[in-house]
Design a protein around this ligand. Structure first.
Ligand code: 2PG
Ligand code: MG
Length: 460
């Protein structure tokens, strides 16, 4: 007989899509197959993210995670005998251990901290193990967990919100936000901005959305090659990494590719940007390098983005300003918040405290949700709940360093998050998620709403 009683926790070091070590955890419930999860890793990480513990030293140029694996193995026995379906309880223990760690008897060195890569590995694998123990699909188990979280949300606030008449209420297929051209820290080219993405608003189903995306991606590759650029080389997330002359040229190519695919820019397919601006923000100045050395203030960046929103079918802008530039963010939100989705990634780092501050200060209107930024599954769901209570849209996101682990595909559907950002449709660590979404889309109970997720807002 299978149960959800945890019998064994095992951890090991495996490699991610950049060849960097990461933590894999297996949690086994009595009589069931092991639940397994692998932790992702960012390159353009926010300063306020949970700690990703790396070994340092020479091995793997310091990227090893043997310490995090050792930590997961050390705390694993604490959970043996516990009920894997009680995710929030297990995650609360993980969070307490994280706080207490420097003085914990488990810590091997004084001052050592517990890695979020250790805690997240356990947290996600516990969810898989609970699904295995109940012989139900992961998506169903995650939906049960989400319902518990969502039930505790403030109903009055939820009903006031415009973003949330659909979001969070039942499982459905997310609108993908898909990387076409990569710059910033994810590609070797000279683009300052990190991601130029598309959103297939007008597709009637998820499989059709995916076919559109692939068609546009292939047309884009041809257009880049024809123009003498690198139309085959891809960045960390599978987006093309051409050495374009300017950030704006990337936008022009994406619009052209949408048209070349026989689709209408803006109507069928909108554009999204991840500016990832924390990474070119130094000493109060935004330093762009693509078109010579440009030193901009927040107001200049806002002007630039507003000009683009005027001229291009841009529906979403992520990290338009830097993680600490709250004043700039307020101005950005006043100027563009009614026209486009403004996502905080480095700004909020999936952290309810940061998000609460943002809501109070009226900055952004959407939050990127990355499980490893906060270190537990429950932490990510809490951020989603707060987002919906605050009328912010959650966007479930992968990291630039990923693996075959496709948990976030199930998570996005299970929570009715509305949107997902996985990278491009090249490289198998990305396709693992897109393909899992194809499997989930076979279930007629998971409809695809396309642009309707923005209904009641004036955005689309
Ligand atoms: C981001 C992510 C994914 P990284 O900035 O949104 O695109 O990148 O994982 O490197 O932080
Ligand atoms: Mg980002």
């Amino acid at each position: 007989m299978t149960t959800t009683r945890i019998e064994r926790i095992h951890a090991r070091e495996v490699l991610d899509s950049r060849g960097r070590p990461t933590v894999e955890v297996e949690v086994t419930c009595a009589g069931a197959r092991p639940g397994r999860a692998i932790v992702p890793s960012g390159a353009s990480t926010g300063t306020f993210e949970a700690l990703e513990l790396r070994d340092g030293g020479d091995r793997y140029d310091g990227y090893g995670v043997q310490t995090a694996v050792r930590q997961a193995l050390a705390i694993g026995p604490q959970f043996v005998g516990q009920d894997a379906s009680e995710q929030s309880r297990i995650d609360a223990t993980l969070t307490e251990l994280t706080k207490a760690w420097p003085t914990s008897p488990y810590a091997s060195n004084a001052g050592e901290r517990l890695g979020a890569n250790a805690t997240l590995g356990i947290s996600l694998a516990v969810a898989y193990a609970a699904a295995e123990g109940q012989s139900i699909p992961l998506v169903e188990h995650l939906h049960q967990l989400w319902q518990q979280v969502f039930k505790a949300a403030n109903a009055a606030l939820l009903n006031q919100g415009m973003a949330t008449s659909l979001l969070g209420r039942k499982p459905f297929m997310p609108l993908p936000m898909v990387n076409m051209i990569s710059g910033g820290k994810h590609a070797g080219g000279n683009l300052d901005f990190q991601d130029y993405l598309i959103m297939p608003l007008g597709a009637k189903s998820y499989p059709q959305a995916l076919e559109w995306i692939v068609r546009i991606y292939w047309r884009l590759g041809k257009l880049l090659t024809k123009a003498g650029y690198e139309g085959v080389l891809v960045g960390d997330e599978g987006g093309y990494g051409p050495k374009l002359k300017s950030n704006e040229e990337a936008l022009n190519f994406v619009v052209e590719a949408i048209s070349a695919a026989g689709l209408a820019p803006g109507k069928d397919v909108a554009i999204a940007l991840d500016v990832a601006s924390s990474h070119f923000f130094r000493d109060g100045t935004y330093r762009l390098a693509a078109t010579g050395d440009q030193q901009l203030q927040a107001g200049d960046v806002i002007d630039l983005l507003e000009g683009w929103v005027d001229r291009y079918p841009i529906l979403s802008i992520e990290d338009g300003l830097a993680e600490d530039d709250w004043l700039g963010w307020q101005k950005l939100t006043q100027r563009l918040g009614h026209r486009v989705q403004l996502i905080g990634d480095d700004l909020f780092v999936t952290n309810t405290e940061r998000l609460r501050e943002g809501v109070e200060k009226k900055v952004a209107n959407s939050v990127l949700v990355k499980v490893n930024q906060i270190g537990t599954l429950s932490g990510a769901m809490d951020a989603m709940r707060l987002a919906l209570e605050s009328d912010y849209r959650p966007v479930i996101s992968a990291r630039s360093g990923e693996t075959e682990d496709a948990t976030i595909a199930d998570l996005a559907v299970a929570t009715g998050a509305g949107q997902i950002k996985i990278g491009s449709i090249a490289r198998s660590e990305r396709l693992a998620k897109y393909n899992q979404l194809l499997r989930l889309a076979e279930n007629s109970e998971f409809p695809y709403y396309g642009r309707a997720i923005f209904r009641e807002s004036k955005l689309s």
